[in-house]
Design a protein around this ligand. Sequence first.
Ligand code: CA
Length: 224
Amino acid sequence: MRILIIEDEKKTAAFLREGLTEAGFIADVAADGEEGRFRALEMDYDLIILDAMLPRLDGWSIVADIRRSGKSTPVLFLTARGEVQDRVRGLELGADDYLVKPYAFTELLARVRALLRRRAERQPEVLQIADLRLDLLARRAQRGALKLDLAPKEFALLSLLARRQGEVLSRWVIAEQVWDMNFDSDSNVVDVAVRRLRRKVDDPFPVKLIHTVRGMGYVLEARP
Ligand code: CA
């Protein structure tokens, strides 16, 4: 489970990240509104913790942009202000829950877990694209009746592409999401991994699902 913390207060962000990591989550921090919006829109997070007051772009604008983009990532809104109006506005713009600062970390964690449970109930466990079938819980992949023998990173790469089918994913996004790191732009780690994955997922079958979009990245889709 991967959580994005959008919080400009350095100490708070570090404290949250540490606590969430100890609780078993992977947590990324964005320290201003622009970076936060970029990450929230480009990457796949299971949950976003969003501070209301941020430099460059405030939390309300960010949650509005996330929902406008069609993403349903749960958003936990953090507000320092006591005004009911600010919290209501956050919820109206698409936040799923809010906490008023100062809050106890145990309460934040309980709310994070509750939001993730609700999300899990909404999410499909099995993805089907043409004859590709991905069981995300059992971590099994098959095409037609043929089981695909995938290494863990190959499965992670395939499920990222499949969850965002039809969407071109840049090498940068893939590297961040699958390997949890930034590769140099001239690194070909992603290309090598995609090539290896294609050998298993596409080469033996007449219908290809993973496509290269030149200068942009990769997309998984069933093309007629
Ligand atoms: Ca702030």
